[in-house]
Design a protein around this ligand. Structure first.
Ligand code: HEC
Ligand code: HEC
Length: 266
């Protein structure tokens, strides 16, 4: 048994030691925060984005750094995952990308506000969180396998000289295609995404040589309603909400005309 004196000394001594450790750890954490958060990268644009994030209650559905609600995807690394173009188009009209599924609010932000939000999310993605969020188990599957770009050609792309000479209609960027596909050297390289029905992970192929794989009719049918051709495909229905049937025709004509740029050596 401890005497009363010993018990008091034990209590006071323990309190002092652990309060000391607590203070040292607190000091140590605060010392590291500026480096971990890249505080020098917090521009006025990033700060404005954070305000928008708070004012619009994004956290009511999303988590950021793991904090928030679990209805909608974790957004800490969303800029790495999706790319800025994709996010920009998505925020303008979220339901258009995934029609008939759960919905994100359409906020009617200005372009400037969307850029601010993306700058904020990009900054979040650069914060050193000691490995959070953990790599999803799918990530290994999502490394594009060699030749994952379905079909012709090692990369399925036309040579860089063609990409430099033929201007890509802005439509392909404005309508989100380059958010997943590579076309004439622009856009994401072979994004790998799971099929919602089968779980099979597929690449969004480069579209330069798609004329070798699909006819005009097939292309129109696919772009107009991928979910009908291949249920669960990661390519969302973009017609008619984001892309008009007439624009589909223009896109398909352009993709088919790329045939003219194939040299026999290709
Ligand atoms: C009412 C709930 C709700 C609110 C509020 C909300 N979102 Fe979303 N958000 C969603 C849902 C649901 C999805 C998933 C859409 C899908 O997959 O169909 C989503 C998806 C996203 C994505 C794409 C994520 C990905 O990995 O595909 C981004 C970026 C995003 N939201 C940003 C925001 C921002 C910024 C705000 C605040 C201005 C916000 N969201 C507010 C429900 C919400
Ligand atoms: C969210 C990502 C995403 C977006 C946005 C997207 N696609 Fe796709 N696309 C895919 C994926 C993934 C595939 C492969 C589909 C599969 O096998 O289920 C695909 C397939 C295709 C194919 C067939 C390719 C082939 O080799 O047979 C065409 C053509 C196509 N997309 C055109 C477009 C066009 C045009 C747009 C813009 C209007 C677009 N895509 C937007 C992800 C996307």
């Amino acid at each position: 048994m401890l005497s009363k004196f010993q018990a008091r000394a034990f209590f006071l001594g323990g309190t002092v030691v652990f309060a000391g450790i607590f203070l040292i750890l607190t000091f140590d954490t605060h010392r590291k925060i500026p480096a971990q958060t890249n505080s020098e990268m917090i521009t006025p644009q990033v700060a404005a984005g954070k305000k928008l994030w708070e004012q619009n209650n994004c956290m009511g559905c999303h988590t950021l750094f793991g904090e928030g609600a679990y209805y909608a995807p974790e957004l800490t690394k969303v800029v790495d995952r999706r790319g800025k173009d994709w996010i920009k188009i998505f925020i303008k009209d979220p339901a258009a990308m995934f029609p008939g599924q759960r919905k994100m609010v359409k906020y009617d932000f200005t372009d400037q506000q969307i850029d601010e939000l993306i700058a904020f999310l990009e900054w979040c993605g650069r914060v050193d969180l000691n490995g959070f969020p953990a790599d999803p188990p799918l990530k290994k599957l999502m490394q594009p396998a060699a030749g994952a770009t379905a079909g012709a050609g090692a990369s399925g792309e036309l040579p860089a000289t063609v990409a430099a000479a033929v201007p890509l209609p802005v439509m392909f960027e404005q309508k989100s295609c380059t958010g997943c596909h590579r076309i004439l050297g622009k856009g994401m390289p072979g994004v790998m995404l799971p099929n919602a029905v089968t779980g099979e992970v597929v690449a969004a192929p480069a579209l330069d040589l798609v004329f070798q794989r699909k006819t005009r009719e097939e292309l129109i049918a696919w772009i107009s309603d991928p979910q009908k051709v291949k249920p669960g495909s990661p390519m969302p229905n973009l017609v008619p909400a984001l892309v008009s049937p007439q624009e589909v025709e223009q896109m398909v004509d352009f993709l088919l005309d790329l045939k003219a740029h194939v040299t026999p050596a290709n």
